[in-house]
Design a protein around this ligand. Structure first.
Ligand code: 5CA
Length: 162
């Protein structure tokens, strides 16, 4: 029998089902808090891990949700150009308020309200991705197409060039 999901993970599972997706949330015994840990736990490339990152418009205070490849650091200047205002990182309480999840388990869906979303173009090269599902040990597998559809995200280059 399947083990019962924790409340936050079940919220993500319900949101997936509500959108008609058959993705299954998996709760692991090991930590998937960081992209590196998540990649080890599921046995995929770190680039296939979807990092769900919240930023904030420095003028409007509006949230900007960015789904980035686990391999990349996000360039806030690129986000500013896309958003039309300076963009800064959100703090932990803003993340909780706008996504409904705590850092380390922020899922790409299941938020209290719709978030303006940008999807890192580097995620589109993979046939499958893994995203956090509400807790620092919960994940689900999905395709890049599913990710852009469920988030209504705008695909763009967000990678910091190092
Ligand atoms: N479960 C994993 C893999 S899917 C996960 O959630 N990774 S993540 O990258 O999407 O979320 C962790 C991210 O939260 C970190 O990359 C970091 O950018 C961000 N973060 C960590 N601490 C803080 C903080 N205090 N304030 C704002 N953001 C933070």
């Amino acid at each position: 029998m399947e083990k019962k999901l924790s409340k936050s993970a079940q919220k993500v599972q319900d949101a997936l089902a509500g959108l008609g997706l058959s993705c299954q949330v998996e709760e692991r015994s090991a930590s998937t808090r960081s992209a590196e840990e998540a990649a080890q736990v599921v046995g995929c490339d770190v680039g296939q891990i979807v990092k769900s990152l919240l930023f904030r418009g420095e003028v409007t205070g509006q949230p900007l949700f960015v789904l980035a490849s686990g391999r990349n650091r996000v360039c806030v200047d690129k986000l500013a150009a896309l958003a039309g205002e300076p963009i800064g990182k959100a703090d932990a309480s803003f993340v909780r308020e706008k996504t409904g999840f705590a850092i380390g388990g922020v899922a790409p869906l299941g938020h209290p309200e719709k978030l303006a979303t940008i999807v890192d173009e580097d995620l589109l090269q993979y046939s499958e991705l893994w995203a956090a599902a509400g807790t620092p040990a919960a994940l689900f597998r999905l395709t890049p197409k599913e990710l852009t559809v469920i988030t209504d995200g705008r695909v763009a280059s967000v990678r910091e060039m190092t």
